[in-house]
Design a protein. Sequence first.
Lengths: 192, 479
Amino acid sequence: MRLLMPSLPEGKEHYGVLAEFSSPREVLHAAERVRDAGYTRWDVHSPFPIHGTARAMGLKASRLPLIVLVCGLGGAAGAMLLQWWTSTVDYPLVISGKPYFSWQAYVPITFELGVLGGALGAVVGMLALNQLPMLFHPLFGSKRFERVTDDGFFISIESWDPRFDVKGTPDLLKGLGASHVELLSRKQEAEP
Amino acid sequence: MKSSAAQVEDNVHYDPVDGRAPLILGGHDFHSLTEAVAAPMETKPPMGWWLILTVSAGLLGLLGVGVGWLFWEGIGVWGVNNPVGWGYAIVNFVFWIGIGHAGTLISAILFLFRQKWRTSINRSAEAMTIFAVMCALIFPGIHVGRVWFAYWMMPVPNQMGMWPNFRSPLLWDVFAVSVYGTVSALFWYTGLIPDLATVRDRSTGIRRKIYGFLAQGWRGSGRHWLHYESAYLILAGLATPLVLSVHSIVSMDFAVSQLPGWHTTIFPPYFVAGAIFSGFAMVMTLMVVARVAFKLENIVTIRHFENMAKIMLVTGSMVGYAYGMEFFIAWYSGNPYEQFTFVNRAFGPYAWAYWTMITCNVVSPQLFWFKRVRTSVPMLFILSIFVNIGMWFERFVIVASSLHRDFLPSSWDYYRPTFWDVTAFLGSFGLFFFMFCLFVRFLPMVATAEVKSVLPQADPHHEPGTTGPRRTMVEETVH
C-alpha cells in the first residue's frame, strides 16, 4: 500500500540532492546561503528545532494559530449551542428555580470543549500543514539520512527547483562546507 | 569550574562567576544522548523491571476481580453507608486526577515559563498524567453501580428523550476530565513524534514498521519544525488554563454543595495546589527509581530533583495555608455547623486521618527548606512517599469527615472501607505501575529532541570545540 507518499513531478531523473553538515551552526549558515542563492524547493533537516531556521530558510510564520482559533471557537460555540438547545428547547426542566438558559452554569463545559476543539485543531492542523502522515519518501532512501533523528544536520534541494543543476547545486553545497553530498533517486522509499 | 568527571552530581551549586554546571551532565553530545535514551528500549530490562511488572500485573488482576464482583453484586459490597454516600471511589478519583496535574504543569506551564530543566522529565511526567487519568476514570465509571447506564453521563440522544443536567458540577466534571485526558494524550503524542522517528531510524524489521507508522514519516524538516513548534506552544497555552480548570471543577463537585466542610470558596485554588503537590511527589517517586534502573542519572540530575522539591515546598505550604484558612473561616463565619465540622475534623472520630494528613502534607515538606534534604535522593524518595500518602488522606478527610456527621445526629455514622474498596484502590495502583512499566520499556522516556535542544552545542551561536559559555543565571533568564 503506497498511499501515503509525495506526488513528485514527472520528467526528472533525480529526486534531488542531500548534503550533510556537522553542526547546527554550519547548517544554519549554509541555509542562509541557499536561501540567498534563490532556491525555493528545499529544506533543512535536523534532529531538534534549531533556533532561527525559519528565518534562515525565509519561511513565513505558521498559519497554525489561525486554524486553532477557528477550531477552538467552533468547539466553544458548539458546546454552548448544545447546552442551550438541550436545556431550553428539547428538554426544558426547571432546576433550582434557575432560568432554562442559565448561561453562567454553561461556562465550564463551553470552556472545556473550546480547549478540546483548539487542541484537536492544533494537532491535526500541524500534521496537515506538514503533510503527515507520509510514510514513503525519497529521502528515506538515503542510509545517511537515518541520522537526521540522531545527530545529523542536512539540507535537501529538490530537482524541480528552477535553479537546480545536477552539477552546480551539489558543488554549491560542498562549497558551503557539506561533509557529504549525494544525489537521491526518485524512487519512493518505504518509510525507512 | 569543577571537574565534571570527579563530581558528576554537583550541578546544584550556583556560583555567580561560573554560573551553574549544565543541565545535562556526563559530557553528553547529541549521539550519546540518543544512545542513553534508547538503551532501555533496546537492551534487556533489569530484573527489577520484571519484578515491578509482575507485582503490578497481579494488582491489575485484583482490580479485575474487584470490579467484576462489584458489577455482579452492586455497590453494596463497598463500605458506603448513609450518610457517607461517597467513599473510596471519589477519594481515589480525586487522588488520581490530582496526580496527573504535575505532568501537565511540567509539560505546559514550565514550558511557557521557559524552564529548560523540564525537558529531562516532561515525557515521563506526561505519561504519568495519562495513566493517572486512566486510573481516575475507572472510579466514576464503576461507582454508578449499574455500569450499563454509565452512558447517561454523556449527552447521548436516547429513547427516553432526556438530556443530562448541564447545570450540575458533576456533569462539568465528566467533560473536564475527559477533555483533560484527551488533550494530555494529544500533547504527549505530539511530543513523541520526533522521538518515535529516532527509534524508527535505529531499528529494523517489524519494530521499524511499527515505530515508523507511529512517527508518521517525520523527516525533521525546517518546515516540519516550524509548524511543530507552533503546535507545541499552542498546546502548552491551551493545557495551562485547562489543567487549572480541571481540578477547580473537581473541587466544585464539593464546593457547590451545601455541606459544611465542602461549601467553601477556597476549594478551587486549594485543590489545584494540592493536585500539583501530589503530582510532583509521584513524579519524584517514579523518577528516583527509573533514573537509577535505566542509568539516566546524567539526564535526570539532582538539580532536577532539587527544583521539584522547591515546587513541592511551595505547593505544600499553599496547601498548609488552605488548611489553616479553612479553620479561620469556620470560626470567622460564626456558623455553628461550619465550626462543629472543623473541630470535629481535627478532634473527632477521623482525627487520626486528619493528623496523618497534616504530618505528611504540611510538616514533612518543610524539610525541603534545607538544601541537604533537597539534594539527598533517599530523603527525596521518603518524603515523596509521605506526600503521596498525605494527599490521599486529604481527600479521605474531606469526604469522610464532612459526611459522617450529618445535620441530624440520629443519622450519624462511621465510614469504614470494606475488602472490596481496598481491592479497587490497590488495583488502580496495579494499573498505574503496569502502564508505567510498559511505557519505560517501549517508548522513549526522555524527550530526546527537546533535551538535545537545550544542550549548549544546539545553539547556533555555539563555538565548536568548546563546552559552551557557562551562562549565568541572569543570561539564562533573559535568553
